[in-house]
Design a protein around this ligand. Sequence first.
Ligand SMILES: Cc1ncc(COP(=O)(O)O)c(C=O)c1O
Length: 376
Amino acid sequence: MEGIYLDHAATTPVHEDVIQAMIPAYREVYGNPSSIHQFGRKARKILDEARRTIASSLGAGEKEIIFTSGGTEADNLAIFGVTEASEGRHVITTSIEHHAVLHAVQSLEQKGYDITYIDPEPGGEIDPEKVRESLRDDTVLVSVMTVNNETGVRQPVERIGEILEDHEAHFHSDGVQVLGIENVDVKEMNIDLMAFSGHKINGPKGIGFLYVKEGVPLTSRLYGGEQERKRRAGTENVQAIKGLETAVKLKDDTGEDTVRQYRKFKSLFLDTLRKEEVSFDVNGENAVPSIVNISFTGMNVETLLTNFDLEKVAASSGSACTAGSVEPSHVLSAMFPDEPERTTNSIRFSFGLQNTEQNVEEAARRIAAVCKRLTK
Ligand SMILES: Cc1ncc(COP(=O)(O)O)c(C=O)c1O
C-alpha cells in the first residue's frame, strides 16, 4: 500500500531542484563568507544573491533580511530583539500562536512584562478591534500570526497593520505558514517584523529568515561575530541558504498553480469524506487551501492517528511540536471553550507538492474506512 503524506504543515520534502542547487554549493563552496579571500568571496556571493532573491520576493530591501536557523529562531529574535531594544513593557499577542511565539512571550511575562492574550472568535479569526482596544501607551509589540498552523485560518493582519499605523508599537507576524500559499508583500501588509522557515516550502530544515523593517530597533540574541549586520552572530549556513533561495524561487514561479491544486485537493478530500458518510465538522473558517482541520464526531485523536498510520496515511494532531503528547491543542481549546471534545477528536490534514487528486481521494477513502471500523 502506498504511503500518503498529508502532513505538509509539519514539514515538506526537499524539492529535487533544491537538492540539485545545494550539491555544488557543498562540493565547491567551502569558504567562510566573512573571509576576504576568493574562497570566502564565493560563499559571500551565494549569501548576497539569496538575500536579494528573498528580499525582492517579499517586497523588502536586502538589508531587511536576517538569516536564522528557522522559524523558531526568527520569532524569538523578533520578540526578544524588539522588546529588549525598546522601553515599553506591554505586549499584545493571541492565545493561538505557535509555541515559538507563545513560549517566548510567556518568558517575557516571567520577566515582568504585561502580556495581553487575545482569544479568537469561534471561526478562529482574531478580531482586529480587540487589538485596537488592547493598545496602551506602553505597548511595545503586537504579535499576530498570518496563518494558524493548526487550523490554517488566515488572520486579518493587514487590518491590524492599519490599526497600528497610528501607534508606536511594532507589529510582528509569524509568516511561516503563509509562505508558498500567498504572495507576501511586507510593505503592503504594514508589518514590521515577519518570521519564515525553509522547510515548510520544500527547502531544507534548519534555515529561515526574519524580515525586519529598516529603522525597527532590534537587539541581537547571540554574542559572537558581526554577521547579518551585527543582528545574528554565527557563520551563515551557506548551502542551506542556497537551498532556501531555490525554494523561494520555485514557489514564486509555480505558486498560483500550486495553490489552485490545493484548493481542488481540499474540496475533493471533504467531498469524498461526505460521500463516504463520515460524520465530521471542519474547525475554523477562512482557512488557507493547504490546511484543513477536522473534528471527527465521537472519535479519539490518538486512536485515529494510529489507525490512519496503519492505513499509511500521515496526518497530525495540530502542531507537530506537541504531537506524541496527549496535551489538548491550545488553539482548539481557545476556539471552542465550550466544546472540549473538539480538542480530543480533531486532526489536521495538509496538502503539498507530491499530492495528486488520486492519492488525496484514496487517503479520504482510507480515512472513511477507519472511521467506519471504529464506530462499529
Ligand atoms: C506557525 C509556525 N511558526 C513557527 C514554526 C517553527 O518553525 P521552525 O520549525 O523552522 O523552527 C512553525 C513550525 O511548525 C510553524 O508552523
